[in-house]
Design a protein around this ligand. Structure first.
Ligand code: SF4
Length: 229
């Protein structure tokens, strides 16, 4: 086992303990998990609504949408104007309204009302890229790891486990190669919660982080951040 692999596994074990202690205010991704539940339809639609929006706002909007459209059939039948009205607090709401309506119609017409469970099929939906597809697959219990900005930043820039990564796909492959398949489903959730609450993009809260002893970012820059420089 390589040094990077050992460090990754050790860090994730610590993150599991941290996750349980975080509130939904500190880590809004926990709130998002509640609205997505285990329902692939809710997981897909909520994740399609989430780009460039704070999780707490996505959560509120998705919750309202699912009261009106608890199934793909109901969403497919909704008027676009009504969907836009519900989605208005979100950025790019018109585009997102069109994409989720198209997605619901596709699920009903081409997949007999069930969200498909492969990366290839999910990526045929307009507005669904690799990251969204992988989040949905993880929630469906399929082997997948979604790499978003939190995951990418922490693995590459903070923990420096894959300094030469050229994009999210390199990090996704690294995680898959170094973690057992049973753990893939929780990797995104643990890292996103940690990134929202502690290892924040602008000002990481190193002063409360239990990883300072082994964190390369803290050794080089974090001490300065800690002093408020
Ligand atoms: S020590 Fe600071 S930079 Fe390193 S993982 Fe913790 S919060 Fe992030």
């Amino acid at each position: 086992m390589s040094n990077s692999s050992e460090r990754l596994i050790k860090f994730l074990k610590i993150l599991e303990k941290i996750y349980d202690q975080l509130s939904e205010e500190e880590a809004p991704v926990k709130m998002m998990r509640k609205v997505k539940g285990k329902d692939p339809y809710r997981a897909l639609i909520t994740t399609m609504l989430s780009p460039r929006v704070k999780d707490e706002i996505t959560y509120r909007v998705a919750d309202e949408l699912f009261k009106r459209a608890p199934t793909p059939e109901k969403l497919a039948k909704m008027e676009i104007e009504e969907i836009e009205r519900i989605l208005k607090p979100l950025g790019l709401y018109k585009q997102k309204a069109r994409n989720i309506k198209l997605a619901a119609e596709k699920i009903v017409n081409e997949y007999k009302g069930k969200v498909p469970d492969t990366l290839e099929e999910l990526m045929k939906f307009r507005g669904v890229g690799r990251k969204i597809a992988n989040i949905v697959l993880s929630i469906m219990g399929k082997p997948a790891i979604a790499v978003d900005t939190h995951v990418y930043r922490i693995i590459k820039d903070r923990w420096e486990l894959l300094e030469n990564a050229k994009g999210p796909l390199d990090v996704e492959r690294f995680l898959m190669e170094n973690l057992s398949q049973e753990t893939w489903g929780k990797v995104n959730l643990l890292l996103v919660a940690f990134g929202q609450a502690i290892c924040k993009p602008q000002k990481p809260r190193c002063e409360i982080c239990p990883l300072t002893d082994e964190c390369p970012y803290y050794s080089s820059k974090g001490k300065g951040v800690r002093k408020g420089k």
